[in-house]
Write a protein that binds this ligand. Structure first.
Ligand code: SF4
Length: 89
């Protein structure tokens, strides 16, 4: 399993989750060159260790364990996983 970020993040991009993640699984970070180019943050499922640290710090409650994503938000998280955000080399 992984945690995922829903469309509630769009336009907010609060970085509390990025700061809380112990394994840098959330991208892009605020110092990345492409940060402004994306409307939301993304959790890389190959890097996430399911610790849950990001979920409670999100001010817009955009983060869920993948299996608990509300039905109405599932499309946005699927799209996010299938098209990972580009990251700087
Ligand atoms: S659940 Fe833990 S490892 Fe996964 S993105 Fe959130 S803070 Fe990072």
């Amino acid at each position: 399993m992984t945690y995922v970020i829903t469309e509630a993040c769009a336009g907010n991009k609060d970085t509390a989750c990025w700061e809380a993640c112990p394994v840098d699984a959330i991208h892009p970070g605020p110092d990345d060159a492409d940060f402004a180019a994306h409307d939301r943050l993304h959790i890389d499922p190959t890097e996430c260790i399911d610790c849950g640290a990001c979920e409670p710090v999100c001010p817009v409650e955009a983060i869920y364990p993948e299996d608990d994503v509300p039905e109405e938000s599932r499309g946005s998280t699927t799209a996010s996983r299938e098209v990972p955000l580009p990251r700087p080399a």
